[in-house]
Design a protein around this ligand. Structure first.
Ligand code: FES
Length: 116
């Protein structure tokens, strides 16, 4: 049985469960602020359930790929729509700030001062 790690919790679920449903059934939310009521209810068109996911999940659906390719999302940023993502194993999930969860932390600079 997979475990979803989210906000310091360990949530067990069935393999193949929809990540959005897993979080909500555990009393958590993949949404920020007003997006908790202003969302598409899992259709995959609003983009507000975006989360960062590490671990085995299904590939992007067609709808997810479409939605993550226009602002505020950028298809290259690596977030997933939790309503379109099925859990296939243990996951580490993070929700970033912003209405859509689009405010990803800045990538760390690999250059070290005085390293040349
Ligand atoms: S709930 Fe709207 S895209 Fe996931």
């Amino acid at each position: 049985m997979p475990t979803v790690h989210f906000r310091g919790r360990e949530i067990e679920c069935d393999r193949g469960a929809v990540l959005r449903d897993v979080l909500r059934e555990a009393g958590e939310s993949p949404y920020n602020g007003n997006a908790s009521w202003a969302n598409c209810r899992g259709v995959g068109c609003c983009g507000t359930c975006a989360v960062s996911v590490e671990g085995p999940v299904t590939h992007r659906t067609k709808m997810e790929g479409w939605r993550l390719n226009f602002p505020p999302h950028d298809g290259q940023l690596g977030v997933r729509l939790s309503c379109q993502t099925l859990v296939l194993g243990d996951l580490w999930v993070e929700k970033y700030p912003g209405f859509w969860g689009e405010e990803m932390p800045e990538a760390e600079d690999d250059e070290t001062e005085g390293s040349d």
